[in-house]
Write a protein that binds this ligand. Structure first.
Ligand code: CO
Length: 157
C-alpha cells in the first residue's frame, strides 16, 4: 500500500483527536456560596436567593443576628419546591426542635440547616443535581409560626 499525503494527514488528525479526548478533562466542581440572616423580629434579610445553573454545589450559611434562644426564636433554612412549601411547613410543626421542625425522612425537603438561636450560625452544603432550571423553589424557616413571614424565592437557572 502506498501512503499518500492524504493518508498521513488523516492519521495525524486522528492522532490529534485521540490526544484531545484522552487529555484530562475534569468537570470542575463549582461551589457557590450564599448567605442569609434571621433576626429576633422573625425576619430573614433576603426575600430572594439565586444560584446560577453552572454551580454544582451550593453552600448556604444562615446567621441568627438576634439574641433570643432557639427554643423561642429559632431559625433554620429549608428548601423545597414552591408547590411543596406549605405542606412541608405544616408537617414540620409537630416534629419538634430535636428534628429541626422537619418531619423525619421528608423527601420533599431538598436541603435544610439545623435550627439556631441568637448569635449562632450554621451552614449546609448540597448538590444542585436535584434542581431544575426554571422550576419554582421556596425557602423558609420551619420553626412553628415563622414561615408566614420567613420565606423567600429561590431561583436556579
Ligand atoms: Co425562624
Amino acid at each position: 500500500m502506498k501512503l499518500t499525503r492524504t493518508t498521513l494527514l488523516a492519521a495525524a488528525l486522528i492522532g490529534a483527536n485521540a490526544f484531545l479526548f484522552t487529555a484530562p478533562a475534569q468537570a470542575a466542581d463549582k461551589v457557590c456560596k450564599l448567605e442569609i440572616s434571621g433576626n429576633d423580629l422573625m425576619q430573614y434579610d433576603k426575600k430572594e436567593l439565586s444560584v446560577s445553573k453552572d454551580c454544582t454545589t451550593v453552600e448556604l450559611t444562615l446567621k441568627h443576628t438576634g439574641k433570643l434562644p432557639a427554643s423561642t426564636m429559632g431559625h433554620n433554612w429549608v428548601l423545597t419546591k414552591q408547590a411543596d412549601f406549605q405542606a412541608v411547613a405544616n408537617d414540620g410543626l409537630g416534629a419538634g426542635l430535636a428534628n429541626n421542625y422537619i418531619k423525619p425522612g421528608d423527601k420533599r425537603v431538598i436541603a435544610h440547616t439545623k435550627v439556631v438561636g441568637g448569635g449562632e450560625s450554621t451552614s449546609v452544603k448540597f448538590s444542585t443535581s436535584a434542581l431544575k432550571p426554571g422550576e419554582a423553589y421556596e425557602y423558609f424557616c420551619s420553626f412553628p409560626g415563622h414561615s408566614a413571614l420567613m420565606k423567600g424565592t429561590f431561583k436556579f437557572g
